[in-house]
Design a protein around this ligand. Structure first.
Ligand code: ZN
Length: 306
């Protein structure tokens, strides 16, 4: 039995959007139990919001984009990965643009910011989804598989005919692996793709400061790699971000090969498509306060006592 968590205080970060190149500010705020993760576009009239839910994913090319009605929020996966890794269930994320800042291309700046303000345990028990069946998505030489397990585990592997990448794999087990081992793994891209994306008006904010950039022979970043398998670690990090879009903790063993945002989303959709695939283990409120206090709280008389 575990309790839900949120941030102890709000924390803000400023950076540039990878594709827009525009400066954007993001504020992560504490939220009530059972709210989940919600994005608010504070720069738009009426401050519309969109929940971090796989059904709200509108694009998976290059990054994961959420949308609902007239609102879009792009490149949400690294912040969601930080929240997943730190096991934060509830947060409201205010952003004043259409794209989250890319920061250094990893989740580490988000993790550091949240650790500065601290994490608060809430009174509600954390529900979770226990997978009951094996689910598999294949697309050419790529695949994503989820298998029943007693914990959350992601095994990511990639294969790239490039001297700096080759075959790599990394395994993240929630109870064993330190999240720090994947949090600072950066996103990566090829110089030729970056040049093509620039011509399409994308990657305007992309630089050696916020991505590993490769040419045909190696890594262009003067500082080199943070890990020899940084690419596989980043793929696992992206998966943690995308699986946060389930809106509930998942107990399953994920095996991902050359998978990306699109396959991660398809796998979640396939899991939720049939209720026989899973069981939701609900949290029951663990409230040991005298019943008269609980009644008063429930009727709203003692607002703010928590
Ligand atoms: Zn990424």
């Amino acid at each position: 039995m575990e309790f839900q968590q949120t941030l102890r205080q709000s924390v803000s970060l400023i950076g540039i959007g990878l594709h827009s190149g525009a400066e954007v500010s993001v504020t992560i705020r504490p939220a009530r139990p059972n709210q989940g993760i919600c994005f608010v576009r504070v720069d738009m009239e009426g401050a519309p919001h969109v929940s971090a839910h796989y059904k709200n994913v509108t694009h998976t090319q290059l990054a994961t984009t959420l949308g609902r009605g007239r609102i879009t929020v792009a490149t949400v996966e690294h912040l969601l990965a930080a929240l997943h890794g730190l096991r934060i269930d509830n947060a409201t994320i205010e952003v004043n643009g259409s794209e989250l800042p890319i920061l250094d291309g990893s989740a580490a700046p988000y993790v550091e910011a949240i650790q500065i303000v601290g994490i608060e345990t809430q009174r509600q028990i954390r529900p979770y989804l226990a997978l009951r069946k094996r689910i598999e998505i294949r697309s050419g030489d790529k695949w994503a598989v989820a298998e029943p397990s007693s914990g959350f585990e992601v095994h990511g592997s990639i294969e790239w005919n490039h001297p700096a990448i080759g075959k790599q794999e990394f395994c993240y087990r929630e109870d064993e692996t330190q999240f720090a081992e994947i949090a600072d793994a950066r996103t990566f891209g090829f110089l030729r793709d970056v040049e093509m994306m620039r011509q399409m008006g994308l990657a305007r904010g992309g630089s050696l400061e916020n991505a590993i950039v490769l040419d045909d022979s190696g890594v262009l970043n003067p500082e080199g790699l943070r890990y020899s398998d940084e690419f596989a670690r980043h793929k696992v990090l992206d998966a943690l971000g995308d699986f946060k879009l389930a809106g509930i903790e998942i107990q399953a063993f994920f095996r991902l090969h050359k998978a990306g945002h699109d396959l991660h989303g398809q796998l979640l959709s396939a899991i939720f498509k049939d209720p026989d695939n899973y069981e939701i283990i609900e949290g029951i409120e663990e409230d040991r306060r005298p019943s008269r206090v609980r009644t008063a709280l429930a009727s709203g008389f003692v607002a703010g006592i928590r």
